[in-house]
Design a protein around this ligand. Structure first.
Ligand code: EPZ
Length: 421
């Protein structure tokens, strides 16, 4: 099990490019199931979760090729089975995204219940209720979701809670349903919008993506398409926090600053000087200690829960006290106890953490618990004095493409330490 060895090394400086968005690539790969024609994708990030998704599709008889570093071709003409096995689903909950496409295209699906993860119970009841309202017969047995439908029919679905993958699953299912589907209280995340763009390129009839109401008119079949995955807004924001926490100056390129407005507001409140262009964001915190910021997480366009842990790390070394409230997931503060090992002062009460900034943190051995927590620990270690060794960084590898290489190129003293077998 690999570890990361990090030594605080002063301000990060330079330019770094961002990869494609993990949380767009995953549903878009599954969209390939909807057609027997090739879906050609570019700007696909090199991540464990993407590799898992490709393996899952391959097991279903789907032809998946990777002709170039960031390209993937999905061709589901040879789709043989609609089964997503437990051993793959438990390593990547987003496997649930094959459910809607399989029922719509194949007429049946057998997907292991994803189960919870470190950050919460992660139920999928809204995915299932939506499919049932579209005419699918769904049973749960032996830890599997079994779904069947000769042909889905359009329905009017109102989500009790905003759900990103729930919106994506049902939007994909609706593209081949008979009639119109309306999704109310739909997720507005940029990754949902990017999926809709890809589906439209395949011939789907969708309007309203990016708003709370999405309308989909079912069609008989979808065709071949090309799609370039949008930049990863969470990787972008994570790299900007790395610049801020080390009081450096970094330009993040191949991205879209409009995807992270809520985060840029907070980084400016922290005292960062931020300039943006069409495809880049530059953050300058040279010579200044960040000011503590308070925030609460919300569905897009509110402050993203996937950046909560990273901003907590920034508050740990900031001047003043920051209050962080997590409203999306019930257990997303596990990075707090690890940050306290570095000397951070954090009081957690229910869904709220109060962080009192410290002038200095001191390196220590740490253990990552989940994807964004691992990023938070890396960021804090960059600002800590001395060495930090972070274990279980496979969590990081699931969702960040070569994060240590990108940080090292900006001046960080960081290297991967493979644990002797
Ligand atoms: C997506 O997860 C992302 N994952 C998560 O990113 C992200 O944190 C989350 O959206 C919120 O933005 C992918 O896109 C692959 P939700 P998802 O359904 O879709 C409740 C990362 O770090 N809910 O929007 O699983 C749920 O419990 C990951 O990249 C139900 O109650 O999240 C939660 O409280 C972590 N029933 C809330 O909705 C349901 O059927 C939002 O969850 C579905 C969800």
């Amino acid at each position: 099990m690999d570890k990361l060895l990090i030594a605080g090394n002063g301000p990060l400086q330079g330019e770094v490019a961002v990869a494609g968005a993990k949380n767009a690539a995953l549903p878009i790969l599954c969209a390939g199931l909807l057609s027997d024609q090739p879906l050609q994708l570019s700007n696909v990030p090199r991540l464990w979760d993407v590799a898992t998704a490709c393996k899952l599709l391959g097991q279903m008889g789907v032809n998946v090729e990777r002709p170039a570093f960031d390209q993937v071709i999905v061709e589901a003409a040879g789709l043989t089975t609609g089964t997503a096995p437990y051993e793959l689903v438990r390593t990547m909950r987003a496997s649930i995204l094959v459910l809607g496409p399989l029922v719509a295209r194949h007429g049946e699906a057998h997907v292991s219940l994803p189960g919870g993860c470190a950050i919460g119970a992660r139920p999928v009841n809204l995915h299932l209720a939506g499919l049932e309202s579209m005419g699918a017969q769904i049973t749960l047995e032996g830890g599997f979701i079994n779904a069947r439908a000769a042909r889905l029919r359009g329905a009017h679905i109102v989500f009790d809670t905003v759900t990103v993958t729930g919106t994506e699953n049902l939007m994909m299912a609706a593209t081949l349903a008979d009639g119109q589907t309306v999704l109310e209280n739909a997720a507005r995340e940029p990754e949902v919008v990017d999926l809709a763009k890809c589906l439209r390129a395949m011939g789907a009839r969708i309007v309203g993506e990016g708003t709370p109401t999405i309308r989909i008119e079912g069609v008989a079949r979808l065709a071949a398409a090309h799609h370039r995955v949008l930049p990863d807004r969470i990787e972008t924001a994570t790299l900007l926090v790395a610049a801020a926490i080390t009081r450096g100056c970094v330009r993040v390129t191949r991205t879209d600053p409009t995807l992270i407005d809520a985060v840029l507001v907070k980084l400016r409140q922290a005292g960062a000087r931020i300039s943006t262009g069409d495809d880049h964001v530059e953050l300058d915190m040279r010579g200044r200690r960040p000011q503590a910021v308070s925030l609460h997480t919300l569905p897009y366009p509110g402050f993203p829960t996937d950046m909560q842990a990273q901003l907590m790390a920034l508050d740990c070394i900031a001047e003043g006290v920051g209050t962080i409230r997590e409203t999306i997931f019930e257990n997303r503060f596990m990075h707090a106890v690890e940050l306290q090992r570095l000397g951070a002062e954090i009081q957690v009460e229910g869904d709220t953490a109060v962080v009192t900034g410290q002038r200095r943190l001191t390196g220590a051995p740490l253990m990552a618990s989940d994807l964004r927590a691992s990023a938070s620990l890396v960021l804090a270690a960059l600002a800590a004095e001395g060495e930090t060794l972070i274990d279980r960084i496979y969590h990081m590898d699931r969702g960040y493409e070569n994060l240590e290489g990108k940080l090292a190129a900006l001046g960080a003293r960081i290297k991967r330490v493979a644990k002797p077998l």
